[in-house]
Write a protein that binds this ligand. Structure first.
Ligand code: SAH
Ligand code: SF4
Length: 350
């Protein structure tokens, strides 16, 4: 059965070379396959016409090429946001979103099917964890859109891990996937075009800082008050705000890179002027940026997004204290582009 075969996207360059050697093939075959997969976005051995037919057949026998099946695709009214619901080979669901923004083509991809962190406001959290994705399944999401865009003579410019899942709960596979995508002989986007968003798994933030990669780091903060943050984000009980902030400061010191704080504005919950002042105080002096995102309503959480006036006032407090801040309008709410929303719908139907 297809699913018992190793997924070709799970192999690193050197693993692919080793497999070719085992199969008695010359080493340049690995390079040809690599280019076909990651530069011309071929999705099956039959399409890799640079290879002899006999090798194409052998590849089809030994490897799985299909990681994902696109089940549903929805577009926002303006056509600038496209969201795809994928089924994995074992029947689990994930989602990925393509966003057009000026010259940018940003992909928002998943690192897990579901998420075990249980954040109350998040559709993926409400669904629970199904499983970690393999590195190949993470890569396949990017390849799907890279191929889609290539057909229109366009290309992916940025990749953010802000889809389903907590990337730092699947650290090794995420790093393998990014390293492979970032390889100059693959997509070759450059590390600074990738962003990992985490809910705040402190030991992994430290490990990530120590690796000194050029990938961007975003932290989903949402509150600096431990009792409120623990209500919203259960893992805060294990990694409370002060420890998280210390880890962020360590990251900035170690990498000299700016950290981004994500803050979902929830009406009457975490959006008061006093909340803004506490936030400003907590992150004072840090090289950072705050993204304010009005809550995207989900089925399992009945709070509402902060209104525009209050969001502006919140942002103004941060700016007065020299903390760069932007209010990001959620894109594609009408197509359920919020994290996990399409997959939750799908599961509740099945
Ligand atoms: N698990 C990671 C990455 C995926 S979530 C993390 O939490 O950082 C991507 C972003 O969307 C995070 O900042 C997350 O906190 C936020 N988010 C999740 N549900 C949301 C909602 N209903 N409204 C606004 N932002 C939400
Ligand atoms: Fe998981 Fe992030 Fe959603 Fe929390 S906000 S449940 S960590 S995906």
């Amino acid at each position: 059965m297809e699913t018992n075969k190793p997924l070709i996207y799970d192999l690193s360059n050197s693993e692919l070379e080793a497999r070719m050697k085992d199969m008695g093939e010359p080493s340049f075959r690995a390079k040809q396959i690599w280019v076909a997969l990651y530069q011309t976005f071929r999705i099956s051995p039959e399409e890799i016409t640079t290879l002899p037919k006999s090798l194409r057949e052998k590849l089809a026998d030994r490897f799985a090429f299909k990681a994902l099946t696109a089940l549903r695709e929805v577009q926002s009214e303006d056509g600038r946001t496209i969201k795809t619901l994928f089924k994995l080979q074992d029947g689990n669901f994930i989602e990925a979103v393509l966003m057009y923004y000026e010259e940018r083509r940003t992909l928002c991809i998943s690192s897990q099917s579901g998420c075990g962190m249980g954040c109350s406001f998040c559709a993926t959290g409400q669904m629970g964890l199904r499983r970690n994705l393999t590195s190949g399944e993470i890569i396949a999401q990017v390849m799907y859109y890279a191929r889609y865009l290539a057909e229109m003579d366009d290309k992916v410019t940025n990749v953010v891990l802000m889809g389903m899942g907590e990337p730092f709960q699947n650290y090794d596979h995420v790093m393998e996937a990014l390293d492979r995508l970032n390889n100059p002989e693959a997509l070759g986007l450059g590390a600074r075009r990738f962003t990992i968003s985490t809910i705040g798994i402190v030991p992994k933030i430290i490990e990530f800082a120590d690796e000194e990669t050029q990938y961007n780091l975003a932290i989903s903060l949402h509150s600096v008050d431990d009792s409120l943050r623990s209500q919203l984000i259960p893992i805060n009980r294990k990694y409370p705000v002060d420890e998280l902030i210390v880890a962020c400061r360590y990251y900035v010191r170690k990498t000299s890179r700016r950290v981004t704080f994500e803050y979902a504005l929830i009406q009457g919950v975490n959006d008061s002027i006093a909340d803004a002042e506490r936030l400003a105080h907590k992150i004072r002096g840090m090289i950072c940026h705050v993204n304010l995102i009005p809550l995207n309503p989900t089925q399992g959480y009945r709070e509402q997004p902060t209104q525009a006036d209050q969001a502006d006032a919140f942002c103004a407090i941060l700016e007065e204290r020299n903390i760069p801040c932007t209010i990001r309008m959620r894109r594609g709410i009408e197509i359920q582009a919020g994290c996990g929303q399409l997959a939750t719908q799908m599961e509740s139907k099945s």
